[in-house]
Every structure is written in structure tokens, then in C-alpha cells.
Design a protein around this ligand. Structure first.
Ligand code: ZN
Ligand code: ZN
Length: 250
């Protein structure tokens, strides 16, 4: 299983990264976790334009789903003819919300390019991967994911405040992609996002292998996020997500 970070910029794209998007590959199958704004461009540095086999959307905030709209154009209006539909596992309201974002009527919406599958908590198969979805702690319907293949696993927090579900989801994961949107300061709003220290605390409780701090918001110094994480009691390797970084999990 190979993980490539396509986009790790939090809330909006930054100069060096699109918004959230992660590529997982095994047995030639390509799964995207989230498809935030700007990700479609950077994705083409790593795979062909039509090579996406499935997509999981954690939630319907723009920085996690909006590039499904231009990708609808790619698959529907290609000069080579329309391409097969891609399954999109997403919260219930995705077909309506994304059709509205594109400016399409609800029928057919984006369903010429995508087969929307409603996410619910639990385990399901996507190509060669076992995907576990669990509700995390964010103001809209949001799912964290655990992707497993060949005895290895990657956990992804999506956007979340402190969450016991996230600890369960990431238990023993080889790589934990955990959001760290805030600086560790007093008075942060609850049930919305984590800071670096809290991300590390979750990784410690989950006994994850490597902690990759992600959803890094461009208005903060990423080194400060890393410094905050050093106070979270996590003994494993901790690093900042970077667009283009590849993790080969064997
Ligand atoms: Zn976000
Ligand atoms: Zn969000």
C-alpha cells in the first residue's frame, strides 16, 4: 500500500499545497480520500487524469470535496468520450450539495460521472482496501477513515475536535494523518478542530506508528504546530504533511 499526500492545506489552499486530498494505491487500484479545492491539479503529477478508481469524502466542507466538480468535467466531457463512473462514498447530502456547487439541476446532477454511495459508520470494501468509517467531532456530518490492506493501515482524522472515535479508528495504525488546524492556545472553540498537542495526544492514545500532522492552515507557522505536537506525549515519529510526500507501507 502506498500513500501519497496530494493536498494537506487546511481550510483553503496554500502556496505549496492544495486543500485536503490523499491518494492510496494497492494492486493498481487508486483511492482518493477527500478531493479539496486545488487537488485535481496536483493529483496529475502522480497519476493519470482518468486513473481514479474510487473516492471517499469525509465531509462536505469545500476544502474537502469541491474538486469533484471539475473532475465531473474531466470524466464526462473528455475528448476520448465519457469515462466509467467512479464510486463516491460520501455523506448523505453529497449529490444535492455538489450538483448545487456545480450549478446543475439535481437530476442528473453529477451522476453521469459518479455513483454516490451514502456513508454510514462501519467497515466496507473499496477495491482491495478495507475501509472503516467512523463519525468524528465536527459541526457537520463528518467521517474519519481507516484504510487497511495487507496487514498495514492508514488512519485519517478528517476535520475533528477531540474524539474518542478517532482514537479507536487509529488504534495501532502504521500512519495516522491527523489534523492540526490550530495553535495550542487558550480559548479555542470546542468540537471543531485539533491543535498539534491534541493531535499527538490522540496518536499516543491510539499507539499509532507515525503521526503526520495535516490540515495545516497557511496562516500559521507549521514549525509551531510541530513544536506544539512535541508536548502531546507521543513517542513515535512525528512529521508535517507535505504535498507530494510518499509513504510506502510495503
Ligand atoms: Zn477542512
Ligand atoms: Zn470541515
Amino acid at each position: 500500500m502506498k500513500l501519497t499526500i496530494i493536498g494537506c492545506s487546511g481550510s483553503f489552499p496554500g502556496p505549496d499545497s492544495p486543500s485536503s486530498c490523499y491518494l492510496l494505491e494497492a494492486e493498481g487500484f487508486r483511492l482518493l480520500l477527500d478531493f479539496g479545492n486545488g487537488a485535481l491539479g496536483a493529483l496529475q503529477r502522480h497519476i493519470g487524469l482518468y486513473d481514479v478508481d474510487a473516492i471517499c469524502l469525509s465531509h462536505l466542507h469545500a476544502d474537502h470535496c469541491l474538486d469533484l466538480c471539475p473532475y465531473h468535467v474531466v470524466r464526462t466531457y473528455s475528448p476520448h468520450g465519457p469515462h466509467p463512473k467512479v464510486p463516491v462514498h460520501a455523506p448523505a447530502d453529497a449529490p444535492r450539495r455538489l450538483a448545487a456547487a456545480y450549478g446543475m439541476p439535481e437530476e442528473p446532477g453529477l451522476e453521469t460521472a459518479f455513483d454516490f454511495v451514502r456513508l454510514t459508520p462501519g467497515v466496507f470494501e473499496v477495491g482491495p482496501f478495507a475501509v472503516t468509517a467512523a463519525r468524528v467531532n465536527h459541526p457537520v456530518e463528518t467521517y474519519g477513515f481507516r484504510i487497511s490492506y495487507g496487514g498495514r493501515s492508514v488512519a485519517y482524522s478528517a476535520d475533528t475536535g477531540e474524539s474518542a472515535e478517532l482514537v479507536r479508528l487509529a488504534a495501532g495504525a502504521d500512519v495516522m494523518l491527523c489534523e492540526a488546524s490550530y495553535l495550542d492556545e487558550p480559548g479555542l472553540p470546542p468540537n471543531l478542530h485539533l491543535n498539534g498537542r491534541q493531535a499527538a495526544e490522540h496518536a499516543a492514545r491510539a499507539a499509532a506508528g507515525t503521526l503526520v500532522l495535516t490540515h495545516l492552515v497557511p496562516w500559521y507557522d507549521p514549525d509551531r504546530i510541530l513544536q506544539d505536537a512535541s508536548r502531546g506525549g507521543f513517542a513515535g515519529r512525528t512529521e508535517l504533511a507535505r504535498s507530494g510526500a510518499v509513504y510506502d507501507l510495503g
